[in-house]
Design a binder for this molecule. Structure first.
Ligand SMILES: [Zn+2]
Length: 438
């Protein structure tokens, strides 16, 4: 269902649909409305912090009335659903595609420090000084180069001004500047800050997170500190049919004070209700992984973090999860199976590139390249299929060895502003191994 909204056609801005026919923009919900659901603009993709757009406007007034405007960017923006515009002009390839109502994937394992790896002090400072409602976007398959950053900046600006005309006149882009000229298949950094959004538009960008169109697609992340619900992937003596047992294993282990993670919860979350809320949030997701023709089911463990905005404490929480013996009589003991590399498409750390949930979207091939999607991906990322396959082969090898990448986060220097990439000892910065934190 689409409602024309004539109030959403301000004077065209330079570079924004100039010369376009004066047709009314169509305002559409950001997720496809299920046929049996009468609601138009809201969806229920799993976030509990949902706020009605009308409530948002009230919040915005309260927000702007707070006495410390310099704190604005640091304040957590509560994600909220709402509609966006799809103008019928000469740049319809920038029109966002609504996500299917049952698409509930959010990027997992990405934390705020990831966005600032290999970013210069000056660029971090520019981001810190952004004082309007800002989000940081990562174009899909983004690999850093000045040329790509220039293109992405322009694409992002065009996309967002068309979809969110209320923000068009105040919007600005602040691209990341890289501290080290890294080589390799996915050099950092990737992020572009979008500053000057209305609170409503920033909240909506974060709520749906994935914004996909034929011309440009990206993922939106908060500019404030954030962590993730993902605590790791494990393999059990279990196939996808054993979901109930795996889910039970996760919850009962969290609830058992004698387990490492149960002990962590008791010691760090003394409030019973809060602890039960965390345990109750636990859920699992099967992931099919094929290596060398052999298919296995790995299980993604998701639990609300006790420290959603404290990177250092969150690192201790992850350490506790990794030190835990995950056991259930029906499925035996879990073996850790995190992908060795993040997804190159969405940067999620719970799956590798070939398993990206975005590729299962019904319109995925249409917005990439209907004829040669693989070529489009390669052209955009400078990666080859051979590189990708070798990554999977190395994953298969590494599965027999527990590696401790990411352990450093709990002890690292990421509190505050992790401005510079720390090159792994004795390694060229082009190596992607060891650069990521969990
Ligand atoms: Zn992905």
């Amino acid at each position: 269902m689409a409602l024309p909204d004539l109030s959403l056609m301000p004077n065209p801005l330079p570079g924004f649909g100039s010369g376009a026919p004066a047709k009314p923009a169509i305002r559409v919900p950001a997720t496809q409305t299920p046929p049996t659901t009468p609601g138009i603009n809201m969806d229920s993709s799993g976030l509990t912090e949902e706020v009605q757009p009308s409530q948002l406007r009230v919040s915005e007034k309260e927000f702007s009335a707070t006495p410390e405007p310099q704190q604005t960017r640091e304040a957590k923006i509560t994600p909220a659903s709402g509609p966006f515009d799809t103008p019928d002009d000469t740049e319809v390839s920038y029109n966002a595609r609504p996500l299917p109502a049952d698409f509930d994937y959010k990027v997992l394992g990405m934390h705020s420090p990831h966005l600032r790896l290999n970013v210069t002090d000056e660029a971090c400072e520019a981001w810190n000084q952004a004082n309007e409602h800002a989000v940081i976007i990562i174009p899909l398959y983004m690999a850093f180069s000045l040329t790509k950053m220039q293109e992405a900046k322009d694409h992002a600006s065009t996309f967002i001004k068309r979809a969110f005309p209320d923000s068009a006149e105040t919007l600005s882009t602040i691209p990341a500047a890289n501290a080290i000229d890294a080589q390799g298949d996915d050099p950092l950094p990737w992020g572009i800050m979008i500053d000057g959004l209305t609170l409503c538009d920033a909240a909506m960008l974060l709520y749906h997170q994935f914004w996909l169109s034929k011309a440009f697609s990206f993922v939106a992340h908060p500019a404030s500190e954030f962590t993730s619900d993902w605590i790791g992937n494990w393999a059990f003596a279990a196939t996808a049919r054993d979901r109930t047992a795996v889910q039970t294993c996760l919850k009962t282990t969290l609830n058992r004070p004698s387990s490492k993670i149960g002990k962590y919860l008791v010691e760090n979350v003394p409030d019973n209700y809060e602890r039960l809320t965390i345990i109750d949030s636990a859920r699992v997701r099967p992931l099919t992984v094929t290596t060398h023709g052999t298919t296995a089911t790995h299980w993604t463990f998701l639990v609300k973090s006790p420290h959603p905005e404290d990177i250092v404490k969150h690192g201790h929480w992850i350490e506790a999860a990794e030190a835990t013996v995950w056991y259930h009589p029906a499925i035996a003991k879990g073996a850790k199976r995190n992908p060795p590399k993040p997804c190159r498409c969405c940067k999620g750390r719970d799956h590798s590139t070939l398993q990206c949930p975005l590729t299962e979207l019904p319109f995925w091939k249409e917005i990439t390249n209907p004829d040669k999607p693989d070529d489009a991906v390669r052209a955009n990322t400078d990666i080859s299929l051979a590189t990708e396959l070798s990554g999977h082969q190395s994953m298969a090898r590494e599965e027999t060895h527990t590696h401790h990448r990411g352990r450093g986060m709990g002890r690292g220097n990421y509190r505050g502003r992790p401005a510079r990439l720390r090159g792994p000892r004795g390694r060229h910065p082009s190596s992607t191994r060891g650069r990521y934190i969990m």
